[in-house]
Ligand binder design. Structure first.
Ligand code: VGL
Ligand code: ZN
Length: 205
């Protein structure tokens, strides 16, 4: 069984959003088409309380994109984004949502960030995503979404560690830094993951 995992396709990560990923909107039509090819579609949603410690605004004198030590982990300080119950945290209206069977929210604990859809950045707490997928007999996991160099990357690493066969669908991913995504592809490939294009899925009907 294969599944499509939609990572953080939320207004704040799209152009004009609080933490905009360049060209993030370009993945939407591709993701919508891809969903037709999967019997299981699951999504993650970055879902922060306003006092989240990944926000520069919650650290006096700190600027966005500075890094700090947060309880022993290196933490990039982000602009306020994906605050629970706000429009910025919503999936974009252009995203087809009727096939999404489950949504896994992350980043709810104000003391720790959570890039991966599987675990927080300290690997202290599971979201339940891996067990959910195993319960559905999923062995192959296809990842799309935002941002390629953060939440897609960390989700892919955890998915490989959890034993899934992982595919990054490159043309359905955009990154904060396109340069960093080159390193992501190398790293994921070295771990046994594969980088593919949507065309290889859309033509095998
Ligand atoms: C993300 C930074 C902070 C992401 C989430 O979805 O890639 N990046 N929170
Ligand atoms: Zn976040």
């Amino acid at each position: 069984m294969r599944a499509l995992l939609l990572i953080d396709i939320q207004n704040d990560f799209l152009p004009d959003g609080a933490l905009a990923v360049p060209e993030g909107d370009q993945i939407i039509p591709v993701v919508n088409k891809l969903q037709e090819e999967f019997n299981l579609v699951v999504a993650t949603q970055d879902w922060h309380p306003p006092q989240h410690k990944s926000f520069a605004s919650n650290h006096a004198g700190k600027n966005v994109f500075e890094t700090i030590d947060l309880h022993g982990l290196e933490q990039v300080l982000w602009p306020d984004h994906c605050i629970q119950e706000t429009e910025g945290a919503n999936f974009t209206k252009d995203l087809k949502a009727n096939k999404i069977e489950a949504i896994f929210r992350k980043g709810t604990n104000p003391e720790i960030d959570s890039y991966s859809g599987f675990y927080d950045n300290g690997h202290l707490k599971s979201t339940g995503l891996a067990d959910y997928l195993r319960g559905k007999q999923v062995t192959q996991l296809y990842l799309v979404g935002l941002a390629g160099d953060y939440c897609v990357y960390f989700s892919a690493k955890d998915a490989i560690q959890e034993g899934f066969e992982v595919f990054l669908i490159e043309d359905a991913i955009r990154s904060l830094s396109a340069d960093d995504f080159k390193k992501v592809k190398e790293d994921i490939t070295s771990m046994g993951g594969k980088v593919i294009q949507s065309g290889s899925i859309l033509k095998t009907k």
